[in-house]
Structure formats: structure tokens, C-alpha cells
Design a protein around this ligand. Structure first.
Ligand code: FAD
Length: 296
């Protein structure tokens, strides 16, 4: 579809109540069989590229589902009746993703709009981790790399009045550049390694661990790098017209983007210790203690 028909597809799992703290996220969005297809009703949130996409892959729970973690993913075309977009994406950073909200009100799609139907969406999500969220990690690495390239140019060119050399010659500037270079190179190698393990093994526990490591480290490194770049850029970097200002704001989103930094550490710790997630206590008191342990 993407390659042959040149269609752009957004993906929307998230809803206003979605949280990485919920082990088995069940979508509130519901789908029921009707009129030779399905009618979907619910409110989705954070749908990157929604404005530009031809289709949006939407996660809903089928009314006839029999297991607690069942999920169906529908391809909802942009002109589907009952689909509307709320333009709410007025955020600190990653503004260009235009991750607006989508409201589905008895939105009708035909039978062949079903992309995935499963009794266990948690397993599907885990197996698809390399593209479902692993693919964002290099986007944030790119923000760090762009900020680094931009500041190298600035410090090489900016010579303060009364001096014969640009800022690059200042020993503190050189040290900052060296630190950023180490952060970025380490982050890059972790990303490459996670891609290599994923390509050679599929989504094994080792791959998941590598993806968590890469996402965690990229988030931390890019936050550090974009802050240092902002400092080195000085007051000139503070202007809304400066690319450094935008890269600083985009970089600040890196540890928040799913999976957030603490989620990565929690998941990686379980994998490294070989623990059974079902044996791990819920991190917060459960609203429904009889429902059993929280699954990840
Ligand atoms: C730029 C951007 C683009 C996005 N695009 C899309 C998209 O296209 N499609 C889509 O479906 N969604 C998208 N999302 C939504 C995203 O994937 C999350 O579902 C959404 O951010 C909801 O999570 P939250 O950060 O609000 O809350 P939470 O997941 O509750 O996180 C809040 C904080 O709680 C803590 N936390 C959460 N889980 C754990 C854990 N397991 N262990 C320890 N601490 C934890 C962390 O400190 C975390 O930062 C996007 C988000 C952003 C920022």
C-alpha cells in the first residue's frame, strides 16, 4: 500500500487515558459490526501525521471480543464518515508531527479495513516493538545530531570582537564538543546495534532489551546535547527564528516519547534479571485487586 499506492499511513493506539503504567492497556474505543462493515466510536489522541495521512491505523476493542486483551486495528481512511480531527497539538516540541486528536463517532469502515484482529494485543505490540516504537528512536538521535552539526558551525565561525580566533578554540568549548561527540556516538552505536539484533533475530527478548537500551540512552544523550548546544549558542540561540531553539524544544521530548525513560529501565531490568513479569508487584495500588497481577 505504502510502496505501490504511495499512501501515507498514520498509527493511533493512544487515547486520553493511555499510560505506560497500565500493564494491559485496553482501548476505550469500541467497534461493532454494522451495515456490512464496522462502526467505530471513541476518542483517540496523539495521532502523528494525521493531517497528512491517507489512512490512520486505529486500535479499538471489538464488541464481540472474548479475551481481556483483545484488540482490532482498523485502517480508517481520511474521508470515513463519522471521523473528525481536533487540532489540539499546541506543544512545547515536536510540533511538526501535528499529533492531533481524532474523534470517531459511529465511524463506518468496510470489512476489509481490518488490518489486525487478535485475542492478545499485548503480544502483538511486543512483537512489533521494532517498528511500533523502536523506529522513533533514530528520529530523536537525528535531532541530537542536527543540533551538534549546527553548533559546530556556530563555534567555528563566531569570533568575538577583540579576538583573532573563533569560539572553537576556547578550551571549554572544545571539552563540551568532545562530551557531545561521545554521547552521540554511543547513542548511534546503541541504535545501530538494536537494529542489527532486530534484523538478525526478530523481536526476541535480546532485541527488546537492545531497543530499550537505545531508547533510554538516546533520550538522555539528546536532552544533554541539545541543552549544551543551547548554552554554547548563547542568547542568539534563544530566538524563535533560531533552529537551535527548535532543536532544544524537540530534544526535550526525547525521554517522554514512548517508551519513556523509566519504562525503558523497568522493562530492561526485568529482561536482564530474567524475571517473570507476572511475579512483579504492581507499581501502584490496584483499583481492581481481584483482577490479578499487572502484565507488561
Ligand atoms: C511527539 C509525540 C508523538 C506521538 N505520536 C503518537 C502516535 O502517532 N500514535 C499514538 O498512538 N501515540 C502517539 N504518541 C503518544 C505516546 O505514544 C503515549 O501513548 C502517550 O504519550 C501517553 O503517554 P504519557 O506520556 O502521557 O503517559 P505515561 O505513559 O503515563 O507516562 C508518564 C510518565 O509516567 C512514568 N511511567 C510510565 N510508564 C512507566 C513504567 N512502566 N515504569 C515506570 N515509569 C513509568 C514515566 O515517568 C513517564 O514519563 C505520541 C507522543 C508524543 C510525545
Amino acid at each position: 500500500m505504502v510502496v505501490q499506492d504511495r499512501k501515507l499511513i498514520a498509527g493511533n493506539f493512544s487515547e486520553p487515558g493511555t499510560s505506560g503504567l497500565v500493564g494491559t492497556p485496553v482501548p476505550q474505543t469500541r467497534a461493532r459490526r454494522a451495515d456490512g462493515g464496522y462502526r467505530i466510536t471513541g476518542r483517540k489522541m496523539f495521532a502523528s501525521m494525521l493531517e497528512a495521512a491517507d489512512y490512520c491505523a486505529v486500535l479499538a476493542r471489538h464488541d464481540e471480543a472474548t479475551t481481556p486483551t483483545a484488540g482490532t486495528i482498523f485502517f480508517v481512511p481520511r474521508d470515513a464518515p463519522g471521523r473528525r480531527v481536533e487540532e489540539v497539538w499546541d506543544t512545547l516540541g515536536m510540533r511538526a508531527t501535528r499529533s492531533d486528536s481524532m474523534v470517531l463517532d459511529e465511524c463506518w469502515v468496510p470489512d476489509d479495513a481490518v488490518m489486525v484482529q487478535t485475542d492478545d494485543i499485548v503480544t502483538f505490540r511486543r512483537k512489533a516493538a521494532n517498528w511500533l516504537w523502536g523506529s522513533y528512536t533514530p528520529v530523536y538521535l537525528g535531532i541530537g545530531a542536527a543540533a551538534y552539526d549546527a553548533i559546530i558551525e556556530v563555534v567555528r565561525e563566531r569570533t568575538p570582537p577583540g579576538f583573532a580566533q573563533p569560539l572553537a578554540y576556547h578550551p571549554d568549548v572544545r571539552r563540551h564538543v568532545a562530551e557531545m561527540s561521545i554521547d552521540l556516538e554511543a547513542a548511534r552505536l546503541l541504535v545501530h546495534h538494536s537494529a542489527w539484533v532486530s534484523d538478525t533475530e526478530g523481536t526476541t527478548p535480546r532485541t527488546l532489551a537492545a531497543l530499550y537500551r537505545a531508547k533510554y540512552f538516546v533520550g538522555e544523550a539528546v536532552t544533554r546535547v541539545t541543552r549544551t548546544v543551547m548554552t554554547l549558542g548563547g542568547a542568539h540561540a534563544l530566538f524563535k527564528t533560531s533552529p537551535l531553539e527548535r532543536l532544544f524544544r524537540d530534544g526535550a521530548i526525547a525521554p517522554v516519547q514512548f517508551p519513556p525513560r523509566d519504562f525503558c529501565l523497568a522493562g530492561l531490568g526485568l529482561l536482564e534479571l530474567g524475571l517473570d513479569p507476572r511475579e512483579v508487584l504492581p507499581p501502584l495500588r490496584s483499583a481492581n485487586p481481584d483482577a490479578g497481577p499487572v502484565m507488561r
